[in-house]
Every structure is written in C-alpha cells, then in structure tokens.
Design a protein around this ligand. Structure first.
Ligand SMILES: Nc1ncnc2c1ncn2[C@@H]1O[C@H](COP(=O)(O)OP(=O)(O)OP(=O)(O)O)[C@@H](O)[C@H]1O
Ligand SMILES: [Mg+2]
Length: 447
C-alpha cells in the first residue's frame, strides 16, 4: 500500500536510532479507528526487515487486543515469552530489538509494562499504537521517555496522493503554512499563495470538484474507493469505538453507550458549534456529568475535536466548547444512517475539515499557539493565534461553501486588531478583498 506521510517520519526515528543519532526509541501513535495504524506498523515491519536488514526474530509484532481478548494475556507476560524464544533476556541482547505493539490500550497496565520494558535495555525500540485513551493515559514517565505521533485522518494532499497518485512537492504544505501564517502583509501573502496555487493547479486534476469527493469519502484510507457502501463501514467503525473501546477502556455501560451514539447523531446533523452540556443532558434525560464523560471519551478516541472559546484571562472560565468531527466522512456516515444525504451537509462538512486542519496545525506547527472560536454573536468560525516577533497575533478564519462576504471576519478582526483575516470559500484562486484573504477550499485543505 502507498505510504502515509507519518511513515517517513517514523522511519527517520528508526534510522537515526540505528545510526546512533537519537535517544528517541519510544513512539506512541494514537489514531482514530480505521486511520491505518495497523497498516503502518506492518509497513514498518517490512521496512525494518528489508531496508534496515534487521533479523526476523529481532522484530516482534504484538496485537495486544487479540492477546487480551483471545487468550487473556498481557504485554509484560508476552515479552517474557518472547525472551524465552530468543533464549536471552532483553537486558542481555547485544543487537537492537524492535517491538511493535498494536492496540496497546487493551492492556490496562500498558503504561507500566512499556516503561519497564523500555528501561530494560537501551537497544529496545518500541512503537505502540491505539485507537483510544492513548492520548490521555500517557503518564509523565512515558512522556519523558518517548514522543507522541498522532495518526490523523487524511488531508486533501494525502488524499490526492493515495487516491490519485498525485504527489505534491515535499515542501508544498510547509510553504503553504508559512505563506498563510508568517507573511508580513496581506498583499505579500496573496502573492505567495498565488505562486503556490499555480503549482497546485498544474497537476491537472479538477480540484474544485474533487473537494466534494474528498469531503464525502476522502478522510479515511478505506473509504476513498468505496462510495456509499463506505458509510456502512464507517458506521461500523464508530460502533466499534463506542461498543468495544468505550466498554473496555472506560467501563461504560450499555445505556451510556447508547447515549453516546445519540449525542453523535445530534452533532452530525447540526453545523459545528458551541455545545451546551446542560441542554443535551436535559434532552437525553441523563446527568450533566455523564454527558461530559461521553464527550470526553469521544474526543479522546479522536472522533471529535473540541475547540475552546477565545477569551482572555479570567473570562476563559466560560467553558462552552465547540465540537467538530475529526474528519467529515464521520459526519457523512452518521447523517447517512439517519436518512440524510451528505450532499445537504457539505457546508458543515467543510467546516469540520477546516477546523480539523487547524487543530492538527496547532499540534504540528509551533508558530500556531492557539485555536479558538469566537463566542460573540456574528463572529468568525475560528481564530488562530500565532506567535510572531511582534507578540501574539490573532487571525480570524471564516468558512463558506459558496463565495462568502467578509462581514463576520471583519467583525472579529476589528475586535482583535488582526492584521488580516482569512476566508476559505469557493474562490477560483487566492484573492484579496481589503485586508481579507480568500483562499480556495481545496487549497486550504492541503494543510
Ligand atoms: N496507506 C494506505 N493506502 C491505502 N489503503 C489503506 C492504507 N492504510 C490503510 N488502508 C486501508 O484502510 C483500512 C484500515 O487500515 P488499518 O486496519 O491499518 O487501520 P487501523 O487504524 O489499524 O484500524 P483499527 O483501528 O480498526 O484497527 C485497511 O483495510 C486498508 O484497506
Ligand atoms: Mg488496527
């Protein structure tokens, strides 16, 4: 299968480790179900064998979910068996050993097991993956020892690569971020975007049209080829998250899990927006705290992202968060199940995709230090806080399916003294309107 971008980042860690260039030898990779975690682990297995020439018995692939559910085993015991097979303890090994642990959260003691195994020998390299909880359960012990690499759903660039075999220049995405968020003036930004846009359109695909297919099917590797049957599969993925992961990891009872599905259904048919927990609690007849726990679990399993309101200092106590889906195909699948046509939800799905790219941006691009929404009425959909030489600047972002006027962005710009604002909409090419930059949807989603 084609390689996702994360594959190259991970092989770099491995290569550096083998060549003495790095201390990092623990990688924790959480990702939504179906994003391709197992595939990447097997791709790394193959890379280790074929490219790095690691002997077969020095690489262990351990599916912890099967270990747990089929034979009731745990990670630590499995590694002891492996040592028996090797005929040597890990401490005594003189060659590097690679442990690929899939679905690690199925062992409730995984953090201490992984820590103990890691500490046995500096020649042990560990990669763990999991669909849930991994994000939170990383203890400070582990955080100090390793790095976290979230496997995100696919952006438009990965989609073009995996589905259409179109590869961008390696630095395209980086240049796009720099152009949008490190530019000196709106005029300069639009000029740089224009150059990048010419490169993008030269690949010979009708990107303006393809963005619809990307939003409906493109976010996960297994949905991009299958059309509407994919929605059944995505729905299965969600059911597995709720019924297996939530039961196993959060010990959630079946009535609560049903409410989780009901909350998702409600979110899927409304545009991303502030979620008032007490309202949901009232309409579903459950406790405030239960709703909070469900939302927390949905965020933790990377189905939803949550975005806090823009507020300074003490005003931050206003805690109503805005939620979006981590990839629009999840919204599409949930709505489809309820009898909606995803074509009627393209606006909210575009907003999911834009907000999700901003959330990823904050995790991967150090200049971006905050992503918020504007809680005032008539304000922009999102606010990006950027650290610059002049201090923190706030850039409002507005999303529109058609061509969007700049009123809302300008409201927010005025309040935050923003040097410029961004509208992601149906423009044909990057364009300037006063201090507001319009950028085509498909181009923004390449980030
Ligand atoms: N790089 C890729 N290119 C094309 N298709 C892919 C790629 N990676 C994964 N897929 C497809 O996506 C499906 C899900 O991948 P995989 O099983 O690796 O995901 P996962 O994150 O381990 O899922 P789960 O959480 O359910 O275990 C696979 O069946 C495969 O067909
Ligand atoms: Mg898997």
């Amino acid at each position: 299968m084609p390689h996702r971008w994360i594959f190259f980042r991970l092989t770099k860690f491995i290569h550096d480790f083998l060549n003495g260039g790095t201390e990092i030898r623990l990688i924790m990779m959480p990702g939504l179900r179906g994003t391709g975690k197992t595939t990447i682990l097997w791709q790394l297995y193959r890379y280790l064998l074929e490219r790095e020439r690691i002997p077969l018995d020095h690489i262990l692939f351990l599916p912890v979910d099967e270990l747990r559910t089929l034979i009731g085993g745990n990670i630590y015991d499995a590694i002891s068996c492996y040592e028996e097979l090797l005929g040597s303890s890990l401490e005594e090994m003189r060659e590097p050993i690679f442990l690929l642990l899939d679905e690690v959260t199925y062992d409730p003691n995984w953090p201490s097991a992984v820590k103990a195994i890691y500490d046995k020998s500096p020649l042990v390299f560990i990669i763990v993956s999991g669909s849930s909880a991994l994000a939170l359960k990383i203890t400070s012990d582990l955080a100090r020892r390793g790095v976290r690499e979230i496997l995100y759903p696919m952006n438009m660039a990965e989609y073009l690569m995996l589905r259409h075999g179109k590869y961008q220049r390696r630095d395209f995405t980086r240049n796009l971020k720099v152009a949008l968020f490190e530019g000196a003036s709106p005029e300069g930004i639009v000029q740089k975007l224009g150059i990048l846009h010419r490169g993008l359109t030269s690949i010979g695909l009708d990107l303006r049209n393809l963005v619809v297919h990307y939003l409906k099917f493109g976010g996960l590797p297994f949905t991009m080829r299958n059309g509407e049957v994919a929605y059944e599969q995505v729905y299965d993925v969600i059911e597995r998250v709720v019924n297996r992961d939530f039961a196993m990891i959060y010990k959630m009872r079946s009535e609560t899990r049903e409410k989780a599905v009901a909350i998702l259904a409600g979110l899927a048919t409304h545009p991303p927006g502030p979620v008032v927990i007490s309202n949901i609690a009232k309409s579903l007849g459950i406790k405030y705290d239960t709703v909070r726990k469900i939302l927390h679990a949905l965020v933790n399993s990377l189905i939803l992202y949550s975005i806090s309101p823009y507020a300074k200092g003490i005003a931050q106590v206003r805690k109503t968060r805005k939620y979006c889906f981590s990839t629009p195909v999840v919204r599409a699948a949930l709505a489809f199940r309820l009898g909606w046509s995803p074509d009627d939800l393209l606006g909210p799905m575009l907003e999911d995709a834009v907000l999700a790219s901003l959330v990823r941006l904050k995790a991967t691009y150090p200049k971006v230090i905050g992503i918020h929404y504007d809680p005032t009425k008539g304000g922009a959909d999102a606010i990006v806080e950027i650290s610059s030489v002049k201090g923190t600047v706030s850039i409002p972002i507005e999303v529109g399916w058609g061509y969007k006027d700049s009123r809302q962005v300008k409201n927010t710009m005025k309040r935050l003294s923003s040097p410029y604002g961004i509208i992601v909409d149906d423009v044909v090419k990057p364009e300037l309107d006063g201090n507001v930059i319009h950028i085509p949807k498909y181009m923004f989603l390449m980030m």
